[in-house]
Ligand binder design. Structure first.
Ligand code: ZN
Length: 481
């Protein structure tokens, strides 16, 4: 490629506080009735006074700290003036020159992506466009909105996407937002410019309407191609805002970029400035849990998981936590080899079978009935060859449905392995008398006939026989024939 892309991201996040940013209206993203969570404050009536939501401030600082940001001792809110139908006050309370968090970074595949700032503002209402008219819902107006701005450090579409995904995961680990893109709780804007290697930065274009990680990647790829064409033709890229159109698979020009002075920012006169002591910041920092990248490193080391397994448990936080609880239920005095076998089995059954049964539901949900203790017992039964892998499926399904413990299910349903050799011998003799052709084939030297007979015997026991014992006894009988 002749041109190198330079990408920066601006990501808006709706914080999951109980109430809105400056009033006591509920912050309820599930509310389906329009314009019910509103009051004179978030509607900007004359004479009302906003009050700062402390939880929103703490959640923003927490996020900033998790992203290695500096938290200045002083911060304030500013008014950003503009008119739009979804903005009832005619201005948005935001932060201009004193963000709550600044100068952070996030490591993405070993590269340091610098974060310019993380600040706090309020969300706008939501416009619903119909054919001949538009409707507005103000339930969202005034919800705490956190904005992260990166430095233009991202060098590829892949890296930009990875950054956004990692940030979403961090928000979920911190518990500050569900960050569901489909619900608009996480919204991305990207800016991108192209330059020839080692020359100065090119003119950047901002892309809006990126409602999924896929849209982010598609829009960036589209822009790289579009700008490359312009530059190769010897023309200049215009600095502008473009919107991603999912259906047309293209970015379309919306408007040329506003400057900050167009918004006539000034300090919000109705709110006091914020000051934090070092102790207060430290206290918030102490609430930060283990973050995805730390967890990944620990899981890999502690349980000797493979990369894909580690990634799976980091991405699926609840299932990762469940996995650790299951492992903690295994007998601690087991030999390292035995324990490692159990961990491997547990990993496989969680990632494949249980994941399949869950169908997207969470193990932390109320409907999930299998206790870690029962799951650990289930894994031990498989390891001790008390049940076959086929029976294991049935047992797990039953555990998933009823929450019963596996030994109970096995006993109740008569699912335990037939290990009594005399009983197995009897079954095999019946199978042989019913399948004389296969026996003849075997005598002619066709070894596949043995596999066929083992299959028949297994079927006769409904999969409850130990295949190793079946094979051993069958070989013995066939030799005597
Ligand atoms: Zn309100």
């Amino acid at each position: 490629m002749t041109y190198q892309p330079t990408i920066g991201l601006e990501i808006h996040v709706e914080l999951n506080t109980k109430s809105k940013m400056f009033c006591s209206c509920p912050n309820d993203p599930e509310e389906r009735h329009p314009n019910v969570n509103v009051c004179p404050i978030c509607m900007g009536h004359p004479g009302v006074l906003p009050v700062i939501n402390e939880d929103a401030v703490k959640k923003t600082i927490k996020t900033g700290l998790a992203l290695n940001c500096q938290i200045p001792e002083y911060s304030k809110f500013d008014r950003k003036n503009y008119f739009y139908p979804d903005l009832p006050k005619g201005y948005q309370i935001s932060q201009y020159d004193t963000p709550l968090c600044e100068d952070g970074f996030l490591m993405i595949n070993g590269r340091k992506i610098r974060i310019k700032r993380v600040h706090l503002e309020e969300d706008t209402g939501r416009l619903v466009h119909e054919k001949d008219y538009s409707l507005v819902d103000f339930n969202r107006a005034g919800i705490p909105l956190m904005e992260l701005v990166t430095k233009p450090d991202l060098r590829s579409v892949k890296e930009a996407r990875k950054f956004a995904e990692e940030f979403q995961l961090i928000l979920r680990y911190l518990g500050v937002s569900n960050a569901d893109m489909e619900k608009g709780q996480l919204r991305i804007e990207a800016n991108i410019s192209l330059r020839r290697r080692s020359s100065k930065l090119g003119t950047k274009v901002e892309i809006k309407n990126l409602n999924s990680f896929r849209a982010l990647a598609r829009a960036l790829n589209y822009e790289i191609e579009r700008q490359e064409k312009i530059l190769k033709a010897g023309k200049k890229v215009i600095q502008e805002t473009r919107g991603w159109n999912e259906i047309r698979g293209a970015t379309l020009s919306q408007r040329e970029k506003e400057e900050a002075h167009d918004y006539r920012y000034f300090p919000e006169p109705d709110l006091p400035p914020l000051r934090f002591t070092k102790e207060e910041i430290k206290e918030i920092g102490a609430e930060i849990p283990e973050l995805p990248q730390q967890r990944g490193k620990r899981l890999k080391k502690e349980y000797k998981l493979k990369n894909l397994e580690t990634e799976f448990f980091v991405q699926n936080k609840d299932l990762g936590e469940y996995f650790e609880k299951v492992v903690s239920e295994f007998e601690p005095r087991l030999s390292p080899e035995r324990l490692s076998k159990l961990i491997k089995l547990a990993t496989n059954y969680l990632i494949t079978d249980l994941q399949g049964l869950l169908k997207g539901a969470s193990v932390s949900g109320e409907d999930f009935l299998i206790t870690p203790e029962n799951f650990a017992e289930f894994i031990s039964l498989i390891a001790e060859e008390k049940i076959s892998s086929k029976i294991a499926k049935t047992v797990l399904e039953e555990m998933f449905k009823t929450g019963a413990d596996p030994s109970h299910i096995i006993k109740e349903k008569g699912l335990s392995l037939v290990t009594n050799e005399a009983e197995i011998e009897k079954i095999i003799k019946e199978v042989i008398s019913k399948n004389q052709k296969a026996v003849l084939d075997f005598k002619k030297g066709k070894t596949v006939a043995v596999q066929f007979l083992i299959g028949q015997a297994m079927a006769a026991t409904k999969g409850r026989a130990n295949p190793k014992i079946v094979s051993k006894i069958l070989q013995k009988i066939l030799k005597k024939l």
